[in-house]
Design a binder for this molecule. Structure first.
Ligand code: THU
Length: 148
């Protein structure tokens, strides 16, 4: 039986749990020797496939890449263009103790490939503690490809 959240186009418990587990599995891959802040994401494509990503820092600091965009780059490179949502988590030295909301650049990259009312973002602090937002909530009045 579908819950209220699924009827509203948001993910159910099982989907959230699976994405958070996959993000937690990806977290040890984070390459963050400079900030020591480890981040991982699990991106769900409309076809059901999932791409994980981790942050990847660089000695030339601006060359670093966020976990969310790493996941998008993997998926888009694989030909994916349609996405349902993403789970994001992280913390200092890989210890997840608080929420890790996506940065502004990552929100804009999500906007490129997804309708702001449909695409959802799960912030997880553990398998049991999470918050679900739409992209519209995190990036209101956004600028997207249809404006060009
Ligand atoms: N970071 C992400 O991977 N995703 C975000 O949305 C926020 C920040 C990374 C970038 C950098 O490697 C570290 O967290 C500290 O900013």
């Amino acid at each position: 039986m579908e819950g209220k959240r699924e009827q509203a186009g948001l993910p159910g418990e099982a989907v959230i749990r699976s994405l958070v587990e996959q993000a937690l599995d990806a977290l040890p891959s984070a390459y963050a020797p400079y900030s020591r802040f480890h981040v991982a994401a699990a991106l769900l494509c409309r076809d059901g496939s999932v791409y994980t990503g981790c942050n990847m820092e660089n000695a030339s600091y601006p060359a670093g890449l966020c976990a969310e965009r790493a996941a998008f780059a993997k998926a888009v490179s694989d030909g994916k263009r349609e996405f349902s949502g993403i789970a994001v988590l992280g913390g200092r030295d890989g210890h997840v103790t608080d929420w890790c909301p996506p940065c502004g650049i990552c929100r804009q990259v999500m906007r490129e490939f997804a309708g702001p009312e449909e695409f959802w973002i799960v912030l997880a602090r553990s398998l049991e503690e999470y918050r679900v937002y739409t992209l519209e909530q995190l990036l209101p009045e956004s600028f997207g490809p249809e404006r060009l």
